[in-house]
Design a protein around this ligand. Structure first.
Ligand SMILES: *Cc1c(COP(=O)(O)O)cnc(C)c1O
Length: 451
């Protein structure tokens, strides 16, 4: 059985990013200053972001031109391939057509280079010397470390401690590309030291690591901060995925009924789905599904409220689905999905019912990952495997209903640096953490009050 691969030419890389704010029925409420609780202005953000990115954060222009220097880097791995998963379809005996857009072909192994490259570019343009950032599973840290090499920036990475220990190869990739990597919570920042004082054994969280990186950037003039997900400009950059995908579906003479992606902060989901949501907003029928872990169920069990992006409350307040900024999710293997909140854009679109959300447990996700890798060969990232599980469920439902359906999911990264997780699963060591209801309830009580 042949695997259908739909590839584009080099000059088919999109020249512009798509900004969904031009078309959303409801624009998200503005970010608020953490101290005054008033809307933040560009000046509030300029201590940690270059102006070009601040503009992209707020603009409602539909199309944003991609700089030539960024396009040059994109050609290293873009356009990324779209595959039809014939063997998976056969294994499931489904009438559904399953496609996946594979972002694991990027040098760092995930979609995150789509935004690390432009972020490094705009910071370099602004005369910045160093970027401080956080990383969960290490995918973002690796992506920004590589971008730092291309544009001559120093990179400092605060890596969530549980991943630092579980995923040494990602740390080594970052160091190979020249970055300095510290386990978070660290003793280098006030935020890190405060956490360690309360809990010396803290295994960290993205929220804590963000506090450390923001503090580092805010206290050094030549240093800016960069975020790998959540923010509007990050999702904007990721739309190269969905724009390519639309062209690929045209080539294949097909169009999706269901578009699926895992959701940590929402960037691969936004990147894949926004160009299709444009069609949905303009009357075309299709479903977009965000998939998250049952142990960190932001969209399915969180509240749509203003909250901080980090644990210490240093970042602006964003209007988003949240489990509470000091909620520390269990140490599951899909580290990239352990974030207490979600992008404002994805949250608003979910609130407006343009995006659906669902949550799965770890073991059923790994079971799906094994079936996928035995059918298609690629070992998927544990994060992406959430999307695989959902695609499989939808394909099985199509079989039950006897319906032909076209399903596409984002294979946001490969899992070749996550083999410890697979080994744990194969040895039966991966268990389902139940939904941490009490801890979430407590954290939600500490949400900031906005009047
Ligand atoms: C970081 C990451 C995710 C989750 O982040 P989003 O911003 O929600 O896309 C998903 N998959 C992979 C492979 C990742 O590295």
């Amino acid at each position: 059985m042949k695997r259908t691969k739909i590839i584009l030419e080099d000059n088919d890389i999109p020249r512009q990013w798509y900004n969904i704010m031009a078309d959303m029925p409801t624009i998200p409420k503005p970010p608020l200053h953490p101290a005054t609780k008033k809307p933040v202005g560009p000046d509030d953000l300029s201590a940690i972001f270059p102006m070009a990115l601040i503009e992209q954060e707020v603009t409602q222009e539909r199309w944003i031109t991609i700089p030539e220097e960024v396009l040059d880097c994109y050609t290293l791995w873009r356009p990324s391939p779209l595959y039809r998963a014939h063997r998976l379809e056969k294994a499931l005996d489904t009438p559904a057509k399953i496609y996946y857009k594979y972002e694991g072909v990027s040098p760092s192994g995930s979609h995150k280079t789509n935004t690390s490259i432009p972020q490094a570019y705009y910071n370099k343009q602004a005369g910045i010397k160093r970027i401080a950032t956080e990383t969960g599973a290490g995918q973002w840290g690796a992506a920004i470390s590589l971008a730092g090499v291309f544009f001559g920036l120093e990179i400092t990475v605060y890596m969530v401690k549980v991943s630092y220990n579980q995923k040494p190869y990602r740390r080594i990739s970052m160091e190979t590309w020249g970055a300095s990597v510290y386990p978070s919570p660290s003793t280098l920042t006030n935020s890190g030291r405060a956490i360690l004082e309360k809990d010396p054994d803290s295994h960290g969280s993205l929220g804590i690591a963000i506090s450390e990186a923001v503090e580092d950037a805010a206290t050094h003039k030549d240093t800016n901060y960069a975020l790998g997900s959540v923010l509007n400009h990050v999702l904007l950059h990721q739309t190269v995925i969905g724009l390519e995908l639309k062209k690929q579906f045209e080539l294949a003479g097909d169009y999706p009924d269901i578009v699926i992606a895992c959701c940590g902060g929402g960037s691969n989901l936004g990147g894949l789905s926004f160009p299709f949501l444009y069609d949905k907003i303009h009357g075309r029928e299709l479903r977009v599904i965000a998939v998250e872990p049952e142990s960190c169920p932001t969209l399915t069990k969180g509240q749509f409220r203003y909250d901080y992006g980090d644990t210490a409350g240093l970042t602006p307040l964003l209007m988003m689905y949240t489990l509470g900024h000091d909620f520390v999710p269990p140490g599951i293997h899909a580290g990239g999905l352990r974030y207490h909140a979600d992008s404002s854009l994805v949250s608003q679109l979910t609130h407006d019912r343009l995006i659906e959300a669902r949550a799965y447990h770890q073991t059923e996700v790994f079971t799906a990952a094994l079936l996928f890798s035995k059918s298609e060969g690629i070992i998927p990232a544990p994060e992406s495997s959430h999307a695989i599980k959902c695609a499989i469920d939808e394909a099985l439902l199509a079989k039950e209903e006897g319906k032909e359906k076209t399903i596409v999911f984002s294979l946001s990264g490969h899992g070749y640096l996550d083999l410890t997780a697979y080994s744990d699963f194969l040895e039966g060591k991966i268990i389902d953490c139940s939904f941490p209801e009490d801890k979430i309830k407590e954290a939600l009580q500490r949400l900031p009050v906005i009047d």
